[in-house]
Design a protein. Structure first.
Length: 61
């Protein structure tokens, strides 16, 4: 599943977001250690897409 956008987190993590239904998003918080290595911190469902959009956008599809 391809993300729609990736945002900067507050402590060096990244947040990737995908709209799964109208107004409903899945967000995955992860940290990259290198280009080939990293780990997922947490994932959650949210309806607060506008709050995520306040962050600095790193990438958008």
């Amino acid at each position: 599943m391809e993300p729609e956008a990736i945002y900067d987190g507050k402590a060096g993590e990244c947040i990737t977001v995908k709209e799964i239904e109208i107004g409903k998003y899945i967000a995955v918080v992860y940290r990259e250690l290198s280009k080939e290595d990293g780990f997922v911190i947490t994932a959650f469902l949210t309806r607060r897409g506008r709050q995520l959009e306040r962050r600095r956008k790193i990438w958008q599809q």
